[in-house]
Design a protein around this ligand. Structure first.
Ligand code: HEM
Length: 186
């Protein structure tokens, strides 16, 4: 897993909680990398799981809440770090096709050791998009956080629901994104 996933996690913990919290999280885990992450490095994805569990213990916050919040933070960072990928993009539904058809493919070309999920689009209309997140990593909560970050980036009013159809070998989460009609002014 690319180093950015880790450096951004550390940054989020330090800013949302504190640098001391991050130190205590590192004290709780035993990481093959020793936790000295750089954005160009590649690390075992189990390390992020260990860090999330340790942060959950340290802050008494459920792991899923932390991981979703992290995904949201990561999306905002992507918009700052890779502005080219967002040029001409104005809405969540079209952007998700762009991620599957272009961005993640570019990621693999640039970093052959990156680990990306696949999105299988099921149905799509102006008001609803249904797609399956498929991955051998079980990072559906990160995906949900990224989706939330995406919706807020485009300032849209979209509800996200997730149905888990995973097996131990393959994560398969069906995401349904539904546009909420703006309330008519009274
Ligand atoms: C809402 C849109 C997006 C979703 C739901 C999403 C989801 C994910 C998830 C869950 C992973 C982790 C690997 C896995 O689960 O198999 C991943 C990997 C990755 N994504 Fe995306 N992504 C999105 C948009 C983006 C954007 C906009 C960028 C870059 C500008 C990006 C760059 C990457 C990179 C670099 C990796 C590889 C990380 C690694 O090897 O560890 N993604 N994506």
């Amino acid at each position: 897993m690319k180093g950015i996933v880790f450096t951004e996690f550390v940054e989020m913990v330090e800013s949302v909680f504190s640098p001391d919290t991050m130190d205590r999280v590192f004290d709780r885990v035993s990481l093959p990398s020793g936790g000295a992450y750089t954005s160009v490095g590649t690390y075992d994805h189990s390390e992020i799981v260990q860090l999330a569990v340790a942060l959950s213990e340290e802050t008494n916050t459920p792991v899923t809440d932390l991981v979703k919040a992290y995904g949201e933070h990561l999306f905002a960072r992507f918009t700052q770090l890779y502005p080219d990928y967002f040029e001409g993009q104005n809405d969540t539904f079209a952007f998700l096709h762009h991620v599957e058809n272009y961005i993640h493919t570019e990621v693999i070309k640039l970093y052959p050791d990156a680990e990306i999920p696949r999105f299988h689009f099921q149905t799509s209309s102006d008001s609803e998009l249904v797609f399956d997140y498929l991955s051998t990593r079980h990072l559906g909560d990160v995906a949900e956080g990224l989706l939330r970050g995406c919706v807020s980036h485009f300032a849209e009013n979209i509800e996200i629901t997730a149905e888990d159809h995973s097996t131990p070998e393959m994560a398969r989460i069906r995401f349904t994104l539904t546009r909420i009609a703006a309330q008519a002014a009274a």
